[in-house]
Write a protein that binds this ligand. Structure first.
Ligand code: PEP
Ligand code: MN
Length: 349
């Protein structure tokens, strides 16, 4: 249930009203928009009479929310959510609400030279974040599983050298103790409905990059976000990374229509992963551009200095040069739409 508060209401009067509702066992989520306040009610609201709420002098409108996700719902939070992350270089990067967040780096961290050289080149080209897998969810137990803790240390070293915030996947909750210096925690497609993991991340204070499961509906993705938000962590970035269809030319089928749907239904930022969606490096720039045109708040891209020798996902990784070229094009796209891709200071000299 949503209560739209009348314009001009004081914070104190809304606080008193909130306390009154909470006495009835209801959790109240306050969203302060640019011009109006909205109260989101979660819990069993069946006993609450709309008519009696409307009788209150602060109430302008009462809306019953049909969707099963509440905190992730745009009705609860009409303004776009913007995630801010500060790098060790002192610069703050944003994703959402007009800011495009570009996360780039290899599928997996392989060596110190590899991760540092990619980090330097993607930063130079304007990326806001460095990605790199240390714990890898591989389909085959015989494939490279990632360097684990050692990979994480190398990623942290790249963060120290470049100042870029880092994004890496958490596969199991016991790994969390190693993630202190990780800036954004990735929940992979295979773990999107690992509810134990999602619940634990609800009490974590770091932003979560939540990837859509390859057989998950848009509502299921939003319900996964709701799990994390119900625990108190509302810094979530949703990611469309392709779903499984009958098409076999591409690794997955990029469901770009998920972007406007998610943006309509939710206030959370939405990014796209054209690397895993297509599985083919030559298609990545085209789909990256399409994603931004569709309204995505950013991208996560696999970039490798030598894709042919990559230990994981080389066929879908673009080179640093190709990435830099793509960033120049995206900068022009962003300017046309009045969105911010990166500040001028990041531009390649
Ligand atoms: C990844 O980002 O490296 C990854 C494994 O992605 P996904 O979970 O989308 O397959
Ligand atoms: Mn990968």
């Amino acid at each position: 249930m949503i209560i739209v508060i009348k314009r001009g209401a004081t914070a104190e009067s809304v606080q008193c009203f909130t306390a009154l509702l909470e006495k009835q066992g209801i959790k109240v989520h306050l969203s302060e928009g640019a011009s109006q306040m909205v109260l989101g009610l979660v819990g069993d609201t069946t006993g609450i009479q709309e008519k009696s709420l409307l009788a209150h002098h602060l109430v302008e409108k009462v809306i019953r929310v049909q969707e099963p996700y509440k905190r992730a719902n745009r009705l609860f939070h009409p303004d776009d959510t913007r995630i801010a992350v500060r790098g060790l270089d002192g610069e703050t990067r944003y994703i959402g609400a007009g800011y495009l967040g570009i996360i780039a780096g290899p599928c997996s961290v392989e060596t110190k030279e590899q991760i540092i050289s990619v980090a330097q080149s993607v930063k130079q080209a304007g990326a806001g974040f460095l990605r790199g897998g240390a714990f890898k969810p591989r389909t085959s137990p015989y494939s490279f599983q990632g360097l684990g803790g050692e990979g994480l240390d190398l990623l942290i070293e790249a963060k120290r050298v470049t100042g870029l915030p880092i994004v890496t996947e958490l596969m199991a909750i016991h790994q969390l103790e190693l993630f202190d210096t990780v800036d954004i925690i990735q929940v992979g497609a295979r773990n999107m409905q690992n509810f134990t993991l999602l619940k634990e991340l609800g009490s974590c204070r770091k932003p979560i990059l939540l990837k859509r499961g390859y057989a998950a509906t848009i509502t299921e993705l939003l319900m996964a976000a709701e799990y994390i938000m119900a625990g108190g962590n509302d810094r979530i970035i949703l990611c469309e990374r392709g779903i499984r269809t009958f098409e076999s030319y591409t690794r997955n089928t990029l469901d770009l229509s998920a972007v406007p749907i998610l943006k309509k239904q939710s206030h959370l930022p939405v990014i796209v992963d054209p690397s895993h969606a297509t599985g083919l490096s030559w298609m990545v720039p085209a789909m990256a551009k399409a994603a931004i045109a569709a309204g995505a708040d950013g991208l996560i891209l696999e970039v490798h200095p030598n894709p042919e020798e990559a230990l994981c996902d080389g066929e879908q990784s673009i080179t640093p040069d190709r990435f830099a070229e793509l960033m120049k094009t995206l900068q022009r796209y962003a300017a046309v739409e009045g969105r911010i891709l990166y500040e001028e200071s990041h531009e390649t000299p």
